[in-house]
Design a protein around this ligand. Structure first.
Ligand code: IMP
Ligand code: MG
Length: 194
């Protein structure tokens, strides 16, 4: 029987790549004070590690959104549940995303942010699932290309579980995980022990 999930990107590779991204951002934004905005909850883990690799003055802010279900006709319909408490007009804004999948969420958020007239607006995505893109979107910074598989860990959830896995796992048997959402719980125990 196949495993429910397997490691796609191990924690050491994540750490190395986040460091590289942080250095690239620090170089590109030198002399400026960027505003990093992330979308709760998935992006929080990535943002927390990323900002510690950027040796510039910066601000971190959060947005919370809800999506209108998974149905095709509701794709890309997003509601802002928690808005920014900062005026981003004239600021250098970097939208930090855990994963860009269809791109519809990011496209919606970019249109909202752009309407507030920042000096610049870019996207940094840890994972880019470009095979599933519906809305054309090429993030300025990408951590890893992601295969067309459901992934969990390092902030990414399945039904709110597994955000705390240090590795990024690809789900190989989504039917089994759907039938038993706790199927990967044993990996959480091992995660701390490695
Ligand atoms: P998009 O609008 O399709 O690009 O959706 C992006 C959002 O969907 C991400 O911010 C995640 O919250 C969620 N998402 C997309 N793919 C995955 C995945 O493979 N695992 C976990 N969450 C995902
Ligand atoms: Mg989610």
């Amino acid at each position: 029987m196949t495993e429910v999930a397997s490691v796609l990107i191990g924690r050491d590779d994540v750490r190395r790549r986040v460091r590289e991204l942080g250095r690239a951002i620090a170089e590109d934004y030198e002399g400026r004070e960027p505003v990093l905005i992330t979308v709760l909850k998935g992006g929080a883990v990535f943002l927390a590690d990323l900002v510690r690799e950027i040796d510039l003055p910066l601000e971190t802010h959060f947005l919370a959104i809800s999506r209108y279900g998974e149905a095709e006709e509701s794709l890309g319909r997003v509601q802002i549940l928690l808005d920014l408490d900062v005026d981003i007009a004239g600021r250098d804004v970097l939208l930090v995303e855990d994963i860009v999948d269809t791109g519809l969420t990011a496209r919606y958020l970019l249109s909202v942010l752009a309407s507030r007239e920042p000096a610049s607006l870019e996207v940094c995505a840890l994972l880019d699932k470009s095979a599933r893109r519906i809305a054309p979107l090429a993030p300025r910074y990408v951590g890893f290309d992601c295969p067309d598989r459901f992934v969990v860990g390092y902030g990414l959830d399945f039904r709110e579980r597994y955000r705390n896995l240090p590795d990024i796992l690809q789900v190989d048997d989504l039917d089994r995980l759907t039938a038993d959402p706790d199927a990967l719980a044993p990996l959480l125990a091992r995660a701390g022990a490695v």
